[in-house]
Design a protein around this ligand. Structure first.
Ligand SMILES: [Mn+2]
Length: 361
């Protein structure tokens, strides 16, 4: 059966009958039971709240929009509420205007709260404490996920949460239109760092090809994401580069991003998210760290990016955070300077205890 022929029903159609492409064996073969179980539970209830982590990225928001589309198509009522506001560069995602930011408004009672792309319950922010719900569902691909849900579907083998939601869409048999294809494609594109991460497999490219065939437009998505920066953000990048430090051996680079810089450039902290990749972009650097000032200088968000020598999720866990082997983060309740003094020596020790990776040149 081709795309666009799905029936509107709660009945589960076997996944392999739904896929329009030849697929390689995937994580999903192992988790069909989890998936069917979750969908069967969803089928019996009506009212859903979807949310994601603080300072959401494109995968987080794309997954919310895609799951909301699936639930609404299945006749459910569904709201999306996040504690953080949305980054400007993903405002093009179809349906994003339906996402609400929590500002203390009174909330309904929900049958399900679904946390997407969230490694821990606290990652959704304090507003979760104000939500009344029957069950909490945890759908995520972070290896450090602490299984905080009443139902947990955690796939560290998935390149993105968007890829997981696509599996659910296929399981249920919803046809994929160009809006949904655009959301899923954007989540996969960004979480694989433009198909460059170690989580990128032949299957990732097969899925992307399928989504492009269904109406996702790579050139338009990349223009929105990467060539639509405000001048303020460009200036902010220059300020961050000025703070760059490189360790003696050249294997670790770190930089600072303060609230004063955000104010001077007129860029909100959510929009500064992708500057975390700056330190790792330097040749020879194996671990890049960005220290981002939060809460008026009382806390610091530390973002780690790696080239595979050292497991970034381990580094973040050492400081109470989490993430993936190549990208992770933690939040420290201290100012930026103290955070640098605390974290950098630890990273140097970790990196210098292992050999440099073999290079292609
Ligand atoms: Mn993700």
């Amino acid at each position: 059966m081709g795309e666009g022929e799905g029936e509107r029903s709660g009945r589960i159609i076997p996944l392999m009958d739904r896929l329009g492409v030849a697929t390689l064996p995937s994580f999903i073969d192992l988790t069909m039971k989890t998936l069917e179980h979750i969908w069967n539970e969803f089928s019996e209830k009506e009212h859903f709240l979807l949310s994601t982590h603080l300072l959401p990225d494109a995968d987080a928001v794309s997954s919310e929009l895609a799951l909301a589309a699936l639930l609404r198509w299945s006749g459910k009522r569904c709201q999306i509420i996040n504690e953080s506001s949305l980054p400007e560069v993903i405002r093009f995602l179809p349906g994003i205007e339906k996402i609400q930011t929590y500002e203390g408004q009174s909330l309904d009672h929900f049958d399900f709260l679904v946390a997407l792309d969230c490694g821990g319950r606290y990652r959704m922010g304090d507003f979760v404490g104000s939500v009344s719900y029957e069950r909490l569902v945890n759908i995520d691909h972070h290896i450090s996920n602490d299984r905080f849900g009443d139902l947990n579907w955690v796939e560290p083998g998935a390149c993105s949460t968007a890829e997981m939601i696509l599996e659910l869409v296929d399981l249920v048999g919803m046809p994929i239109d160009s809006d949904l294809a655009t959301c899923l494609y954007t989540g996969i594109l960004t979480d694989t760092v433009n198909f460059c991460s170690s989580s990128t497999t032949p299957r990732t490219h097969e899925i992307a090809a399928r989504l492009v065939g269904l109406g996702a437009r790579p050139e338009a998505v990349s223009r929105e994401l990467y060539r639509s920066w405000s001048l303020g953000k460009f200036n902010l990048q220059a300020m961050v580069i000025e703070t760059l430090h490189i360790s003696d051996g050249g294997r670790i680079a770190w930089a600072r991003l303060t609230q004063e810089m955000c104010e001077r450039s007129g860029v909100g902290s959510t929009d500064a998210l992708d500057l975390v990749t700056l330190p790792i972009s330097i040749d020879g650097v194996e671990v890049g760290v960005l220290f981002r000032e939060l809460d008026g200088g009382l806390a610091t968000k530390v973002s780690f990016r790696g080239e595979g020598t050292v497991d970034m999720s381990r580094l973040a866990i050492d400081f109470g955070g989490g993430g993936h082997p190549a990208a992770s983060g933690c939040t420290l309740q201290m100012g930026v300077e103290q955070a640098v003094e605390t974290v950098v020596p630890h990273v140097i020790e970790r990196v210098e205890s292992v050999q440099s990776p073999i290079r292609l040149h």
